[in-house]
Design a protein. Structure first.
Lengths: 290, 186
């Protein structure tokens, strides 16, 4: 009887101490080491930028990534609000404490020990919370016995330029494109271009926003080939956004966006939710599977 | 384009000689102040209370650095988006503020006030904060320490690379450059 139970319940214990340690390391690493996909997207942007100021800006952005990495300094002083995507295998058993506390503790330690800026405050009094918590945590239950943790420090400047809108179904794909273009054009120099544009279509209001944010986790420039309509939309918007002329740091040029990533799911017959999540050129996220 | 070296405090002569698009290397003292510090200074002015810093010919850098590791002058530092300071800016210009360093567009009211008071708005590149930190030689918290990262700090900078976005004649570099590179729909 016991032996059978063991076979059908391949539970794996994961201690909360390990979770905390992992989260801490991920946030420090994400804030000091720019991903290779971002670096290579910036290098190719620099090669095609025609504006002399634009090229200079891209050179400095690449130099900065090198310095930050060498000296283990934050790439940007805005080390972000701590966003976490956590996928918990249904056969994982968390021991040693509760998972949410362990995740928050990892954020607290990362921002304290990693000399990262604490950028969270009370929305009304604006008093700093002092340790960059609470984090924004998205948890998912998935098959398996592993724990996947994605740490995404999200800067305020680009988040402020993001937007969601409930379109009418009749607005269709043209309405979606129009909303994306309006949002990016209005953002101008503010979100630290060249930007990455995450688009979430469908679901509910909050699901569209989550899809848009998840779209930013894709390696920069990787196409959504799961749906030909999205592949085409990403390519078209990429071209149109780069025709806006906003350029690196908003100082004019050919490179306004490094990539457009779109995700989609079904929605209510009455709705067409769309979210546009803008990411600055310091596109940070790191992940680990425990 | 040639890069000019200028020093704070920003005199009338320096300001009137600057035009949108000029690349400058700024040296001297500047103050950091962003959202919370601006709100507090604005409220002090409304109540007729004195400001904790002398804004006469002063330059404010819209920034809040990351914490300073042991043995370093400063952590990473760079501009935050300026438009959030727009509602408070004309009142500070009236107090003598002459230079602002940030990123992104200013409101028409601020552009007008920059012209009226003879001031200048410089753009710094966002997201290159490890590089920008190398220009900071001294840092001291001078007011509103309880605001943590948002406290007002006095920075001594050497050759901080900036570009003039809004000059005292009312020109706007973002507008002119972005229009130049825009591909118009046929």
């Amino acid at each position: 009887m016991n032996t059978e139970n063991k076979k059908s319940n391949p539970w794996r214990r994961i201690n909360t101490r390990r979770v905390t340690e992992t989260v801490k390391k991920l946030f420090i690493k994400a804030n000091t080491h720019l991903g290779e996909d971002v670096v290579s997207a910036l290098q190719s942007a620099q090669a095609r930028e025609e504006s002399p100021i634009g090229r200079q800006v891209l050179t400095k952005i690449l130099q900065n990534a090198d310095i930050a990495c060498e000296r283990a300094m934050p790439i940007c002083q805005d080390t972000g609000l701590a966003v976490l995507f956590v996928e918990i295998g249904q056969d994982v058993r968390i021991v040693g404490g509760d998972l949410k506390t362990a995740l928050e503790e990892g954020v607290r330690q990362a921002y304290e020990e990693g000399f990262l800026r604490k950028s969270l405050c009370d929305p009304l009094t604006r008093a700093n919370t002092g340790d960059n918590t609470p984090a924004v945590i998205h948890m998912d239950i998935v098959p398996g016995n592993q724990l996947r943790i994605i740490a995404m420090p999200k800067g305020g400047g680009s988040e402020n330029m993001s937007a969601a809108r409930m379109l009418t179904p009749s607005a269709g794909i043209d309405g979606i494109k129009k909303f994306v273009m309006e949002t990016v054009e209005k953002a101008g120099a503010n979100p630290c271009p060249p930007i990455i544009v995450g688009i979430g279509i469908g679901g509910s209001l909050e699901q569209a926003c989550i899809l848009a944010k998840k779209a930013l986790l894709r390696p920069v420039g990787e196409k959504n080939v799961s749906d030909e309509r999205l592949t085409q939309m990403e390519a078209e918007l990429y071209t149109r956004i780069n025709e806006l002329g906003i350029g690196p740091a908003g100082l004019g040029g050919r490179v306004t966006t490094l990539a457009v990533h779109a995700e989609m799911m079904p929605c209510h017959i009455a709705s067409l939710p769309v979210a546009v999540n803008i990411q600055c050129h310091v596109a940070r996220h790191k992940e680990t599977i425990i | 384009m040639e890069t000019r070296k200028i020093k704070t405090p920003l005199t009338k002569e320096i300001i009137t000689s600057l035009s949108a698009g000029d690349m400058v290397l700024l040296s001297g003292d500047v103050y950091t102040a962003r959202d919370a510090a601006h709100r507090r200074m604005y409220e002090a002015l409304k109540k007729g209370l004195p400001l904790p810093i002398d804004l006469s010919k002063a330059t404010i850098f819209y920034a809040a650095p990351s914490p300073t590791p042991e043995g370093k002058v400063i952590g990473s530092i760079g501009p935050t988006t300026s438009y959030r300071m727009d509602v408070f800016t004309p009142a500070l210009l009236e107090q003598g503020l002459r230079g602002m360093i940030g990123k992104g567009n200013r409101s028409p009211e601020v552009v007008e006030a920059i012209k009226r008071y003879g001031a200048v708005y410089f753009g710094a590149i966002g997201g290159i904060a490890a590089l920008t930190a190398q220009c900071v030689k001294r840092m001291e918290v001078v007011a509103y320490e309880d605001l943590g990262p948002e406290a007002i700090r006095k920075l001594t900078v050497v050759d901080l690379p900036l570009v003039v976005i809004n000059d005292s004649q009312g020109n706007d570099l973002y507008l002119s450059e972005q229009n130049k590179w825009r591909i118009k729909a046929v």
